[in-house]
Design a binder for this molecule. Structure first.
Ligand SMILES: CN(C)c1ccc2c(c1)CCN(c1cccc(-c3cc(Nc4ccc(C(=O)N5CCOCC5)cn4)c(=O)n(C)c3)c1CO)C2=O
Length: 244
C-alpha cells in the first residue's frame, strides 16, 4: 500500500461535516494551472498530505447545485477516478480539495512522451480510463466531457478520470451550449450535439475518441476540420446509415 504518511486518508476523518474541510488545515503551494472554474494549486492538508485545491472563481460555477452533488461525488472512490476529498464552502471563493496527480493531464503527458510509449503502455492507459469509466457507469454517473485533457497521471503512471459530471455546474454558456465555441464537439456523440442526450453510451463515444487521442499520442481529433464540419460529417454518416 502507498506510503501512509503521503497518502491522504480517503474521505473519512478528513473533516467535521464529512464533505467540509477546515481551510485552516490547508496550506497552498505552487500553481498547477487553471481550468474552467479557476486556479488549481498543489496544497498540503494537516501539513503532510499532498492535495490539489481548485479555487472556484465567483460566477464560474452554480455552487449550491455542486455542493449538493459533492456529497455524492465523494462516495465515488476507485483507483482510476481522481478522488474528491471535500470542499471548503464557509468562505468565498469556495474551493474543492482532491487527490493530487503528480504528472498532470494525460494529453500533455502523451505529447511530452511522444515516441517513448510502446503500444502496451498506450493500451494500459486506455485500460485505466475504461476501469474508471466502468465504475462511473456502475454508479449511474455520466462524465459528459471525457477526453484526454480531463484525465490525470500520477507518479506511479496510473491514469485517472477527473472532473466527471462537472460540466453541469459550468455557468459559461460558451462551454455547455452545443453551438458554443468551447463545446467539445469532436468528443461528442451525435445525440449529444444534436439533442444534448447524455448517457453512458455517449460517454462510450467519447472514450472511443480518447482511445484515438492515446494511440496518436495526443493529436487533435479531426485536426483539419472545424466543429461545424465534424457535425456535418457525423450527420452524413447517420444519413447513409454508416455504409461508407
Ligand atoms: C467542467 N470540466 C470538465 C472541467 C472543469 C475544471 C477543470 C477541468 C475540467 C480539467 C482541467 N482542470 C485543471 C486545471 C488545472 C489543473 C488541474 C489539475 C492538475 C493536477 N496536477 C498537475 C501536476 C503537475 C502539473 C505540471 O505543472 N506539470 C508540468 C511538468 O510536467 C508534469 C506536469 C500540472 N498539474 C492535479 O493533480 N489536479 C487534481 C488537477 C486541472 C484538473 O482538474 C480543471 O480545473
Amino acid at each position: 500500500v502507498g506510503d501512509q504518511t503521503r497518502e491522504a486518508p480517503k474521505t473519512a476523518g478528513f473533516s467535521y461535516d464529512k464533505w467540509e474541510i477546515n481551510p485552516s488545515e490547508l496550506t497552498f503551494m505552487k500553481e498547477l494551472g487553471s481550468g474552467q472554474f479557476g486556479v488549481v494549486r498543489l496544497g498540503k492538508w494537516r501539513a503532510q498530505h499532498q492535495v490539489a485545491s481548485k479555487t472556484i472563481r465567483e460566477g464560474a460555477m452554480s455552487e449550491e447545485d455542486f455542493i449538493e452533488e459533492a456529497k455524492i461525488m465523494m462516495n465515488l472512490s476507485h483507483l482510476n477516478l481522481v478522488q474528491l476529498y471535500g470542499v471548503c464552502t464557509q468562505q468565498k471563493p469556495i474551493y474543492l480539495v482532491t487527490e493530487f496527480m503528480e504528472l498532470g493531464c494525460l494529453l500533455n503527458y502523451l505529447r511530452q512522451r511522444r515516441g517513448t510509449l510502446g503500444s502496451q503502455d498506450l493500451l494500459g492507459i486506455c485500460h485505466d480510463v475504461s476501469q474508471g469509466m466502468q465504475h462511473l457507469e456502475q454508479n449511474g454517473f455520466i462524465h459528459r466531457d471525457l477526453a484526454a485533457r480531463n484525465c490525470l497521471v500520477n507518479s506511479s503512471l496510473v491514469v485517472k478520470v477527473s472532473d466527471f459530471g462537472m460540466t453541469r455546474y459550468v455557468l459559461d454558456d460558451q462551454y455547455w451550449s452545443s453551438s458554443g465555441a468551447k463545446f467539445p464537439v469532436k468528443w461528442s456523440a451525435p445525440e449529444v450535439f444534436n439533442f444534448c442526450k447524455y448517457s453512458s453510451k455517449s460517454d462510450v463515444w467519447s472514450f472511443g475518441v480518447l482511445m484515438w487521442e492515446v494511440f496518436t499520442e495526443g493529436k487533435m481529433p479531426f485536426e483539419h476540420n472545424q466543429n461545424h464540419e465534424v457535425v456535418m460529417m457525423h450527420h452524413e454518416d447517420v444519413l447513409d446509415g454508416g455504409k461508407n
